[in-house]
Design a protein around this ligand. Structure first.
Ligand code: ATP
Ligand code: MG
Length: 321
């Protein structure tokens, strides 16, 4: 993975998947590791993790389990969403304890912002986007961890982000959620963020020797082509152990197969973002306003719109072929 010659302006990536326990936090934590310390290079990307999950999983990994109780709620990401917070967004950034990775901590207090109907939350919808805007110049990548829901705490980063990924085990219940993820991202595009692109599905906890995983992966690739990233995040005990070590694999055990799998995912994500930037889709370029649809669901028009996530992926498929 070639290092950047300078840092920023970065892209914002969010995770979008309603199913819980799919390895989203593990994926993002290790993605931050792979980006900040790429294999074969001493120069990494500057990464900011924004923890929007009330479980505050990544915050606990980075800062320790007591952090969620000791950090005042307004000194967590809640500050970015609260009218009572009057400081600069930068003031909420803390070192993660890992070289090249900073963090805006999560908090249990986030849960009261997870309104079920995000479009009815008014100005709150822009709060994260506005807060992250000045931070783009300081980071190469801003990663938003989200809770297992498609409500306001997933909506805010979808409004702020350039790209979304959907971590999905190759199993029925998680795969069935892909439709909801697609509709949710489409809603966010139409309502607030036309530049948002669905970068793809990352197969997580993947065990190719399990017949069900192999069958679902094959079917997904046949049906959705390049929507499914070629590199997968394998099921590997190293991903559990690195949580105990509180270090991503790229920092802790960079020569393991699991670390190399993460490096491949990071490379593919950067490649896709570069392709989108070339098309003027990522990083706020090419913001053509789509015609809103009343339901927010994918319409036949949006299937052919040059700036919608699905057609972005069609283009990616052609370019990648
Ligand atoms: N690739 C992997 N191999 C083995 N275990 C994994 C892998 N990825 C995640 N896990 C384990 O699966 C469990 C769930 O992971 P994680 O917390 O990252 O999921 P999540 O989708 O963020 O969950 P939640 O929906 O609660 O936020 C954890 O015990 C984690 O250690
Ligand atoms: Mg999580």
């Amino acid at each position: 993975m070639p290092p950047p010659s300078t840092h920023g302006p970065g892209f914002i990536l969010t995770a979008c998947q309603r199913k819980g326990g799919v390895g989203r936090s593990t994926l993002l934590f290790n993605l931050a590791g792979a980006l900040s310390r790429p294999a074969g290079s001493s120069v990494g990307r500057r990464v900011l993790i924004v923890d929007l999950d009330p479980q505050a999983s990544i915050t606990q990994i980075c800062l320790g389990p007591e952090a969620v109780d000791t950090i005042p709620t307004l000194r967590s990401v809640v500050g970015l969403l609260s009218d009572d917070f009057l400081d600069a967004p930068e003031s909420l950034i803390v070192p993660s304890g890992l070289a090249g990775i900073d963090l805006i901590p999560g908090s249990n207090g986030l849960s009261r912002y997870n309104f079920p109907d995000p479009e009815s939350t008014g100005d709150l919808q822009e709060a994260l986007r506005e807060s992250l805007r000045p931070l783009r110049s300081q980071y190469d990548v801003i990663l938003c961890d989200t809770p297992p829901s498609l409500e306001t705490l997933a909506w805010l980063p979808a409004v702020a982000a350039d790209v979304a990924v959907t971590p999905t085990p190759a199993e029925p219940l998680a795969v069935q959620e892909l439709t909801h993820a697609a509709r949710f991202l489409e809603r966010a595009r139409w309502a607030r963020n036309p530049r948002l692109s669905w970068l793809g599905v990352v197969l997580t906890l993947y065990q190719p020797r399990l017949a069900v995983h192999a069958a679902y992966a094959k079917a997904l690739r046949e049906t959705h082509g390049a929507l499914v990233l070629e590199p997968t995040m394998p099921f590997n005990v190293a991903f559990k152990e690195c949580m105990v070590a509180r270090k991503p694999l790229a920092h802790w055990k960079p020569r393991t197969a699991a670390a190399k799998a993460m490096d491949a995912i990071a490379v593919e994500i950067l490649r896709r973002v570069d392709l989108l930037r070339g098309q003027g889709q990522a990083q706020g370029q090419g913001q053509t306003e789509p015609t809103p649809t009343p339901t927010g669901e994918t319409s036949s028009d949006s299937q052919t719109s040059p700036s919608n996530p699905v057609s972005n992926l069609e283009t990616l498929r052609e370019t990648a072929a």
